[in-house]
Design a protein around this ligand. Structure first.
Ligand code: ALA
Length: 486
């Protein structure tokens, strides 16, 4: 069998419409899917990264960085929506690539998605743990360092040092264990829990925007685009783009909605709604939130791990009450991101296993709960080990580059399939093809380019590992390969 053999769309569509024993439970509505999208999107990006992006790279023009990154996501999201409505399968981008560019590219994307979902869950769980420890400290409980930090940290770009006295990041491990348990018990239960969290965090974002905007000092917005310092990426136009690559992290997650395809009641209509509505709502909130933050305080003061708090604190005693809610917003916000990432990964593994590229046990569905429980448990264990023991600093930007790579390939896939099978029924059609996918490729590709060289090296190392697994296991066990006698 050739590396480029594709899976036929009709067999995929048959798989997508299967019901009954051994299949996932169809329980999610358009509202559930939109809430899952918002659950995955609003998190560490807006609560943590906005500050350093404004202070170091873009100034108040970080608002424009959110527009640039949001446009890249919009174009990619429109392409995702076409595929998701046409082939509503849990494998998401992995499956779309299998249908268009063949098994090898599909494997590359499937393996690459681990960076987004699996490592994304670990990274955000560690961020959550930081907020949780700070919150406990505020209410008078000091958790010991030994139990709240991984034993290793990264200094500089790749020097690994042992943190004296630290053993394990237990809060992150416990969070992952609890959320994984919930995901095993049921998709509907997980979606209901997510709804509550999203409600809390969006309410707090609204409070920050609403009350914060009353105390904005417009002088803080001048100059809106601080002049470039002479160094590439430090303010001016290049700074806006550099900051866009940083705040792109804040948008990651809307695509995870597409991994719930086989659990949606009406996937062809509701997946595009879930992805595009969550993305649209969050883009508006991000633009308003970054305007308010840079309006409340000079951007240079925002280079801290808790920039939203600093911005609101700068408004003075009148808004002091709001600072308490910000911690709660961050703790709630980050936990639903981890939940949806831990939902996405097992479903991609599940699809890969059903295609024979991963061990068949990974394709099992729980007889009672109708969830992909084996992959959910495996994902939870690996994510917990990574979050509990490993230096997470190595992974942060890998999550972004991995996601961007998936976006680029999905955009490309839309162009390929429109050429190859122009007459297929597409319940949702990406507008203005090939312009929209090309713009998606260009903007996402440019953001990838702007990420540090180290990140590229780590991406290549990860991919190399993936090739080893593919050529030693997956290629030999591929069902497509067996079907074609290869
Ligand atoms: N978009 C998610 C966050 O910002 C990954 O935490």
């Amino acid at each position: 069998m050739s590396l480029w053999s594709t899976k036929s769309i009709s067999s995929l569509q048959q798989e997508a419409s299967a019901e009954g024993s051994g299949t996932l439970k169809r329980a999610l509505t358009a509202t559930n899917l939109t809430m899952l999208g918002i659950g995955a999107i609003i998190g560490a990006g807006i609560f943590v990264l906005t500050g350093s992006a404004a202070a170091q790279y873009a100034g108040p023009a970080v608002v424009l960085s959110f527009v640039v990154a949001g446009l890249g996501c919009l174009f990619a999201g429109l392409c995702y929506a076409e595929f998701a409505s046409m082939i509503p399968i849990a494998g998401s981008a992995y499956t779309y690539a299998y249908a268009t560019m063949g098994e090898f590219v599909a494997w590359v994307i499937g393996w690459d998605l681990c960076l987004e979902y699996l490592f994304g869950a670990s990274t955000v769980a560690v961020g959550w743990s930081g907020y949780f420890v700070a919150f406990m400290h505020e209410i008078g409980i000091d958790l010991p360092v030994a139990w709240t930090q991984a034993p290793f940290t990264v200094v500089g770009t790749h020097t690994l040092v042992h943190t004296p006295g630290a053993m394990i990041n237990l809060p992150a491990v416990v969070l992952i264990a609890l959320l994984s348990t919930l995901l095993v018990i049921g998709i509907k239960e997980s979606a209901n829990f997510n709804n509550i969290i999203v409600f809390v965090k969006v309410a707090i974002v609204f409070l920050v925007i609403g009350f914060g905007s009353m105390y904005v000092k417009t002088a803080n917005w001048h100059p809106f685009i601080p002049p470039n310092t002479g160094e590439d990426g430090h303010f001016g136009f290049s700074g806006i783009v550099r900051a866009a690559a940083v705040v792109f992290f804040a948008y990651i997650g809307f695509d995870a909605v597409s991994t719930a395809a086989q659990e949606a009641k009406n996937p062809q209509r509701d997946l595009p709604i879930g992805m595009l509505a969550s993305l649209g709502i969050c883009t508006v909130l991000y633009i308003l939130m970054s305007l308010v933050m840079t309006g409340l305080t000079p951007y240079s003061t925002l280079n801290v791990p808790h920039p939203v708090y600093v911005a609101i604190d700068a408004a003075g005693p009148a808004l002091h009450w709001l600072t308490y809610f910000i911690n709660i917003g961050a703790i709630a916000g980050l936990s639903s991101v981890v939940l949806v990432m831990l939902m996405g990964q097992p479903r991609v593994f599940f699809s890969m296993a059903r295609d024979g590229l991963l061990p068949p046990e990974f394709g099992k569905v729980h007889p009672k709960y109708q969830t992909p429980y084996v992959t959910t448990i495996v994902t939870g264990i690996v994510a917990a080990i990574v979050a509990g023991f490993l230096p997470i600093g190595l992974l942060g930007e890998l999550v972004s580059i991995g996601t961007l790579l998936a976006f680029v390939i999905v955009c490309f896939g839309v162009i390929v399939l429109r050429k190859r099978s122009p007459d297929l029924k597409r319940p949702f059609k990406t507008p203005m093809v090939p312009l929209v996918p090309i713009l998606g490729i260009l903007i996402c590709g440019y953001m990838m380019w702007k990420l540090p060289a180290d990140t590229w090296i780590r991406l290549l190392v990860w991919m190399f590992l993936g090739f080893v697994v593919y050529f030693t296991y997956s290629r030999k066990h591929s069902k497509l390969g067996a079907a074609s006698g290869g």
